[in-house]
Design a protein around this ligand. Structure first.
Ligand SMILES: Cc1cc2nc3c(=O)[nH]c(=O)nc-3n(C[C@H](O)[C@H](O)[C@H](O)COP(=O)(O)OP(=O)(O)OC[C@H]3O[C@@H](n4cnc5c(N)ncnc54)[C@H](O)[C@@H]3O)c2cc1C
Length: 327
């Protein structure tokens, strides 16, 4: 049977440079993850469409990553083609009114850069996403939430790339609140393997955000305050993916507090540890494997279930080829 690399080499897509056996640890904020058979970063939307069309036609299992800031990729890596839309990095004001302006940002734009772009033009609305790791595509998919503001609170529409047998389609879909909730978006699909691109998984090509005129100095001061707050909370002290577990109102308190109260801070397996300063952050102390992280998460979930009856739900996405790893 042909390997993924052989199948991809037959596709020969212009504008798409492939990297083979690309370590996914280079593309995740946790700094773990084995090789992807093939990794591509199409230069623009046409190249992205061509790559996806070719991969689906050749039946190459295809996976999508953003900034990798909410991912644990297995130590064995990813069997298939991994597509990054990092090059979709334009930002434009597409509709301007006296009150609301709509800003379109490509899927690959870092949310932090979007906040800076808007602040520099005195637009208020997305400043609470300053300091959020990851891209527009990942933030829309996750419905990222920062300081009580969710992406869905400021979304006007999404430019959706839909893989189809006859070729990808691209359309602007106006925001519709159904399907969106705390850390949930209609892009998340329980019936599809994490990261997997299929003919039924819509992809975020760009997103439109509603912003309003504001005071540049005030917006920038707020962004600086939030970035410092993240620093002070130890977000960037060690590689991690931010909060490991979702909060849940039914628990009556933040998930991190539950983990703290059970004395699980500092619990470690191999190089993975529950951050000694925060119960809801798992860190890579330097030598963690993906397996260490997954096993530690399992231990914490088991302990919380046994001692409180609560079932913690992971916010972080576990992806890739886990087969054969001591599960
Ligand atoms: C230090 C730190 C702090 C953090 N703080 C926060 C926080 O305050 N709030 C918060 O919500 N999160 C936080 N996170 C988690 C993370 O930053 C967010 O979930 C972020 O939105 C993920 O974006 P990404 O581009 O890195 O996505 P990735 O991690 O690359 O991918 C996440 C998922 O999105 C999918 N995806 C990526 N791009 C697209 C696309 N274009 N179309 C469709 N699906 C796509 C992927 O397939 C995957 O399933 C933090 C992480 C870190 C490391």
């Amino acid at each position: 049977m042909a390997t993924v690399r052989e199948l991809w080499e037959k596709c020969n897509i212009r504008g798409v440079v492939a990297r083979f056996d690309e370590p996914m640890s280079l593309h995740t904020s946790f700094r773990v993850g084995g090789p992807a058979d093939v990794f591509v970063e199409p230069a623009d939307i046409d190249a992205a469409r061509a790559a996806l069309d070719a991969a689906l036609a050749a039946r190459i299992p295809t996976y999508l990553v953003g900034g990798g800031s909410n991912l644990v990729v297995a130590d064995r890596g990813i069997r298939g083609l991994v597509v990054s839309l990092a090059s979709l990095s334009s930002i434009d004001a597409i509709r301007s009114g006296p009150d609301v302006t709509v800003i379109r940002a490509g899927a690959g734009v870092p949310m932090d850069a979007l906040a800076d772009w808007c602040a520099a033009r005195s637009f208020s609305g997305v400043e609470r996403f300053a300091g959020l790791p990851g891209t527009v595509g990942g933030a829309v998919y996750m419905n990222a939430r920062c300081y009580d503001l969710s992406v869905s609170d400021v979304l006007a529409s999404v430019v959706v790339l839909s893989p189809r047998a006859k070729g990808c389609t691209l359309e602007e879909v106006p925001f519709d609140a159904s399907g969106w909730a705390y850390k949930r978006s209609p892009f998340q699909r329980a019936d599809v393997e994490p990261l997997r691109v299929t003919e039924s998984t819509p992809i975020v090509a760009a997103a439109d955000f509603r912003v309003r005129p504001g005071d540049r100095a005030g917006i920038e001061a707020e962004m600086a305050r939030l970035r410092s707050d993240r620093e002070a909370k130890g977000h960037f002290r060690f590689p991690s993916a931010g909060s490991m577990f979702k909060n849940d109102r039914a628990f009556g308190k933040p998930t991190g507090q539950i983990v703290d109260e059970l004395g699980l801070r500092g619990l470690s397996i191999g190089g993975a540890a529950v951050a000694p300063w925060h119960g809801n952050i798992v860190i890579n102390t330097g030598t963690a494997t993906a397996w260490d992280i997954r096993e530690l998460v399992r231990r914490v979930k088991d302990a919380v279930r046994e001692r409180t009856g609560f079932d913690l739900e992971c916010e972080v996405v576990f992806a890739g080829d886990w087969e054969g790893e001591n599960t």
